[in-house]
Design a protein around this ligand. Structure first.
Ligand SMILES: Cc1cc2nc3c(=O)[nH]c(=O)nc-3n(C[C@H](O)[C@H](O)[C@H](O)COP(=O)(O)O)c2cc1C
Length: 215
């Protein structure tokens, strides 16, 4: 349904406030994107398992191809769990990750397609992936990356802050946390209530005109 501008302040789920000429954006957009930062430091507040579940129960509704949902999330909360990750971290990511309340390993299930018979009712897509390892790998990587991004946006909307990281040794993470070889690490996210004192100056963003074509 399309809501006319006069209804923007009241339409359910609408992200715009009144005053279209100023294109004023809602708090949700500020929270998820415009004002959201990548955090390197967090305050001392712990993150409950209930909150982690609430974030998952939000992000799980975001789309993946054939509803394949390949992401697997490992939440490292205890000092013991984070110590297992430590040898895999690049030097620049070490201290801030050890200090984060939660570290999320965003991984992908290489045999995600085993769930398709229950998750994707349109037809039996499982044989297509079983017969094509390259397609399965590309699908797992693409969609688990998307789901990692969905996770960060959901976390922000639930009042948390994130710091994503690809600076780590994936082979070491896989050996330590996914020894049977079924799951593979994609990237890491430090999670908590951010302390802006640790933020880097914000980088610019490429403008619309430079990175888009409207054909
Ligand atoms: C997938 C991904 C991997 C990243 N890897 C690292 C990393 O290994 N170490 C690090 O300090 N920052 C890392 N970053 C943080 C980015 O540099 C940061 O998100 C970007 O500069 C935007 O900063 P802003 O969100 O504060 O505007 C990563 C971000 C993403 C999304």
């Amino acid at each position: 349904m399309v809501f006319p501008p006069t209804m923007w302040p009241t339409c359910p789920g609408c992200l715009r406030t009144k005053d279209p000429p100023m294109n004023k954006l809602s708090p949700a957009i500020d929270l998820a994107f415009t004002n959201a930062r990548t955090f390197n430091k967090f305050d001392g507040r712990a993150i409950s398992e209930t909150l982690l579940q609430q974030v998952y129960d939000t992000m799980k509704w975001a789309p993946t191809s054939m509803n394949c949902q390949p992401a697997r999330l490992v939440f490292l909360r205890s000092a013991e769990a984070k110590a297992r990750l430590k040898p895999a971290l690049s030097p620049g990511n070490l201290d801030k990750t050890m200090a984060a309340p939660v570290v999320v390993i965003v991984a992908m299930d290489t045999r995600f397609y085993e769930h398709l018979p229950t998750q994707f009712a349109a037809y039996d897509a499982r044989p297509m992936f079983e017969a094509n390892a390259a397609l399965a790998e590309a699908t797992a990587f693409r969609n688990s990356s998307l789901q990692g991004a969905y996770f960060m946006i959901a976390a922000r909307l639930h009042g948390l802050d994130c710091g994503a990281m690809s600076g780590f040794d994936a082979a070491k993470v896989n050996a330590e946390f996914f020894a049977d070889g079924r799951c593979k690490a994609n990237f890491l996210i430090n999670l908590g209530h951010g302390d802006a004192a640790g933020n880097h100056p914000r980088g610019p963003r490429l403008p619309f005109a430079d990175v888009t074509q409207v054909l």
